[in-house]
Ligand binder design. Structure first.
Ligand code: HEM
Length: 375
């Protein structure tokens, strides 16, 4: 690159900040439509910059997610890779926090200032954010699974090239698919002389019988309707526990959309949550928690974005043709991917009641186990 100081030209070698970051392209990419129409709306620059910053962060999230998904859809994941997977998931969470915190910046634009240029945007909308869709798809939410709005509706709003990229993303396995296979492969609950789930069920049966006895003791003082409600509650808890083990009931719940992970994957995920204190399960436990954090953060972003849209638009329809706030509220509630992991809390039992694991299994779950009698 050539530089000129006091009429003397000289060459500077090496990397130059602006070239490296392609700032000429990046900083000339904010082109308000209102300006080209002859009357620039001051806040349109903010609107463009905020959206562009989001898209850049979406790019980084996709970069992390793809690398994690690729690892998970393979046949085998080495223990040590789990550590970097978790580091990357942690990074995504930090980025999501920024994404949520950015919405108030957008909200410094008032609804009337937005109206100055809003009509120029039609029919463009966040519906057409391909990177946002790709994130959803890689996480495990293909367009056909999204609440209410069907695939055709989405696709009809996209250019041919974007439709192709959605088709390509959906043709690949998602992180959810990979996680399910990985969970199914976890070996610990199928030991030769030990059926963990028999031991767990005995514990749960004892707990529920105990609960029933406490309930019966206290029922005498309650009115009839309250008695019935309490007994119904207990019966429903028993059924929920039973459905975890009965393949037919499990399948029924899967078909009705109440559960998504396979039965084997669900049971193994529960094992990880129950025995999280065992050293080998530390990283798997962290992984499940991080996935829940990411799912929760997407829901928080969706909820915040829905409220922002309500503040900007009231009950008006969106530029993309949806019902606006109503659609976004529904999307926040319905489009959860890792809900099964959240619902596993139903089946947790106190640490003090966990079935004692046989020594051989304990040995497998520990990096080091003390000689018997030296503990
Ligand atoms: C004035 C600010 C904004 C308003 C009023 C607004 C409004 C809306 C509305 C009404 C929709 C539903 C689709 C439609 O009918 O258009 C939507 C979707 C969406 N918006 Fe925004 N938005 C705003 C800012 C943003 C920002 C800063 C982003 C960041 C990228 C964003 C990302 C999205 C995405 C990804 C969707 C699709 C959501 C889904 O289908 O689940 N929006 N927006």
């Amino acid at each position: 690159m050539l530089f000129k100081i006091k009429n003397t030209e000289f060459e500077m070698s090496g990397t130059y900040y602006g070239d490296y970051l392609k700032l000429d392209k990046l900083l000339s990419a904010q082109v308000p439509l209102s300006k080209s129409q002859g009357q620039e709306s001051h806040d349109e620059t903010l609107f463009i910059v905020v959206h562009q910053v989001y898209e850049l962060w979406f790019k980084q999230i996709l970069h992390e997610l793809k690398s994690i998904r690729d690892l998970f859809v393979g046949d085998n994941i080495e223990e040590r890779s789990l550590h970097s997977v978790n580091e990357r998931l942690e990074r995504i969470i930090k980025i999501q926090n920024l994404l949520i915190d950015q919405l108030p910046v957008m909200e410094t634009m008032t609804p009337m200032d937005f109206l100055e240029f809003r009509d120029l945007l039609v029919p463009a909308s966040g519906f057409q954010s391909i990177q946002f869709r790709q994130i959803e798809i890689i996480m495990g939410l293909p367009t056909g699974r999204r609440g209410k709005i069907d695939r055709q509706y989405f696709m009809g709003r996209l250019s041919e090239a974007d439709q192709k990229s959605i088709d390509e993303a959906e043709a690949q396995q998602s992180l959810f698919d990979g996680l399910e296979k990985w969970l199914e492969r976890i070996p610990f609950t199928k030991e030769k002389n030990f059926d963990f789930w028999n031991a767990y069920r005995t514990t749960v049966d004892d707990m529920l019988t105990n609960e029933e006895q406490i309930l019966l003791k206290n029922l005498a003082t309650l009115p009839e309707a309250a008695k019935e409600a309490q007994m119904e509650g207990l019966e429903s808890t028993k059924k929920t526990f039973a459905s975890l083990f009965d393949p037919k009931q499990f399948l029924k719940l899967t078909k009705s959309g109440k559960r998504r992970l396979s039965q084997r994957a669900t049971l193994n995920a529960l094992f990880i949550l129950l025995y999280r204190d065992e050293p080998i399960l530390h990283q798997p436990y962290r992984l499940l928690n991080l996935l829940m954090d990411i799912d929760e953060n997407f829901t928080s972003w969706r909820q915040r974005h829905a409220i922002m849209a309500q503040r900007m638009l009231g009950t008006k329809v969106g530029t993309g043709g949806s019902s606006g706030h109503e659609y976004l509220k529904m999307a926040a509630e319905k489009n959860r991917v890792y809900l099964d992991l959240f619902n596993l809390s139903t089946f947790l039992i106190p640490r003090s009641k966990l079935p004692v694991l046989p020594t051989e299994l304990k040995r497998q779950l520990n990096f080091y186990i003390a000689e018997e009698g030296t503990k």
